[in-house]
Ligand binder design. Structure first.
Ligand SMILES: Nc1ncnc2c1ncn2[C@@H]1O[C@H](COP(=O)(O)OP(=O)(O)OP(=O)(O)O)[C@@H](O)[C@H]1O
Length: 270
């Protein structure tokens, strides 16, 4: 079976024979907003099953626009975009895509278990089945003992864990994370990076696309880092991070880690 550890080493592009299944295919993707803003231009990118891709680039270079196109929330103006072998809208309808944003979107009046099971409630899944799934994902993110609390009783890190739990409840094949840890302190951020990698590695097949402004975070997490140019956003480089998983705190202190951070920062500054 294809594993995340093989991703960076696998020289074959996703979708080719013997390579991981193609999850996202972007071919000459461009996006011009109705007001004339060219947000994204000529983006070619393939993401395979089980990959962890981080997107770094200057503010306003079109990273969120790319995610919105992948999630079927806005249409590309040019190019071909396939997600899970179909159109983004169709993939979203099949509940194969989940989103996590920087701001948690928990309902303030609902207890944690009801918050994380909300996607299943909306789909009419019976209470017993959805609560079982809720317990599963709360356990995954270390919040099992908090099932009955309200969001306001949780710290920022715990609210983010809850948002991740809610995204995972439908077992998505594609998880889109738009600067999820941007508002957290450094220690909490690193803890959540470790936890997220643990969850992703346990799944083996889930593909994560992750936007961050933090190059250290991108190197720590990714199988590949996608570096974008200033607007209109194009891909200036795709850097495979060859370090094996599991990645521990020691990885952050290695010369290999420093080298990746320097080379990506250099690309960003040009
Ligand atoms: N609905 C919209 N209509 C017009 N312009 C838009 C719209 N959404 C985004 N833009 C513009 O498109 C460009 C790309 O925006 P986008 O939010 O995708 O960038 P980003 O890389 O995610 O930025 P940041 O890192 O600051 O979150 C920006 O110039 C933004 O102002």
């Amino acid at each position: 079976m294809y594993t995340a550890q093989q991703t960076a080493a696998n020289p074959q592009p996703p979708g080719s024979p013997g390579a991981p299944e193609l999850l996202v295919g972007m071919d000459q993707i461009g996006k011009v907003y109705p007001n004339g803003t060219i947000a994204v231009q000529q983006v070619n990118l393939q993401a395979g099953e089980g990959e962890f891709l981080c997107f770094v680039g200057p503010s306003g270079c079109g990273k969120s626009t790319m995610f919105n196109m992948i999630a079927g929330l806005t249409e590309p103006s040019t190019g071909q975009l396939s997600v899970l072998g179909t159109t983004p809208r169709e993939a979203r309808k099949q509940n194969e895509i989940a989103f996590v944003f920087q701001e948690h979107t928990l309902l303030p009046w609902a207890k944690l278990l009801d918050n994380v099971t909300m996607p299943l409630t909306l789909r009419g899944v019976p209470k017993k089945a959805r609560n079982e799934e809720g317990e599963r994902v709360l356990e995954l993110v270390g919040l099992k003992d908090y099932r009955k609390v309200l969001p306001r009783q949780l710290s920022g890190g715990m609210k983010m864990r809850a948002s991740i739990a809610r995204a995972l409840i439908a077992r998505p094949k594609l998880l889109l994370m738009d600067e999820p840890f941007g508002a957290l302190d450094e220690i909490t951020r690193q803890t959540l990076q470790d936890e997220l990698l643990g969850i992703w590695r346990q799944d083996q097949k889930m593909t994560v696309l992750f936007i961050t402004h933090n190059v250290f975070e991108a190197v720590f997490l990714s199988t590949r880092v996608v570096v974008m140019t200033p607007r209109p956003g194009k891909i200036s480089d795709i850097v495979p991070i060859e370090a094996p998983y599991p990645r521990t705190d020691e990885f952050r202190t290695t010369s290999e880690f420093g080298k990746y951070v320097r080379s990506i920062t250099e690309v960003l500054n040009h």
